[in-house]
Design a protein around this ligand. Structure first.
Ligand SMILES: [Zn+2]
Length: 183
């Protein structure tokens, strides 16, 4: 379940988000490509295309395995395949990003369904430590685990922290929070 990368700090994430927001603002103002500020580079991205291709292939298989296990309600398998997704994250073309957030969300949900609340909270605390990417800045961080953990008093600190950082990822932050509260 552990990542090969050093955990991203909140400071690093906020800095990268600021760069994304600046780029978006310039884009909305109609500035041309060469006039826009640069987007942060994912320094953890694989150096070789073959790595990223291999990653796309195995992550597609793991995605299917997780979905089928979830459909069959075999949470142990959901947990197993999610851990595999996390441990092979370095092969992803955008490591420690949307896929990583999603895998920790799935793992946390699987642990929660097996009454491992402590494990699920740990997953939530790790899942937001990701690089901003076009997907998590458009759709926001995953909401399903935080929505479930809202009902557990012992998770309140981790829930508040996730919501606070998650709001920074999307310009429609109020609606994002509303959706967590509704589910
Ligand atoms: Zn992404």
């Amino acid at each position: 379940m552990t990542s090969v990368f050093a955990m991203l700090s909140e400071e690093d994430i906020l800095l990268e988000l600021k760069q994304y927001q600046n780029w978006h603002q310039a884009y909305m103002e109609g500035k041309r490509r060469e006039e826009r500020p640069g987007l942060p580079e994912n320094k953890d991205a694989p150096k070789y295309t073959s790595y990223a291709l291999f990653g796309t292939f195995i992550h597609m298989l793991l995605f299917l395995a997780i979905e089928i296990s979830g459909f069959l309600r075999i949470q142990k398998f959901v947990g197993f395949f999610s851990r595999l997704r996390i441990s092979t994250d370095r092969f992803c073309y955008e490591p420690v990003s949307c896929g990583y957030n999603s895998a920790y969300t799935k793992l946390g949900l699987a642990l929660l369904s097996q009454n491992d609340v402590v494990g699920a909270i740990r997953c939530l605390e790790t899942s937001w430590r990701v690089h901003p990417c076009p997907h998590n800045t458009s759709f926001g961080l995953k909401r399903s685990l935080v929505s479930k953990l809202k009902g557990y008093p012992e998770a309140s600190k981790a829930v508040a922290q996730y919501i606070e950082i998650g709001k920074q990822f999307v310009s429609w932050s109020e609606e994002w929070v509303e959706r967590i509260n509704k589910s």
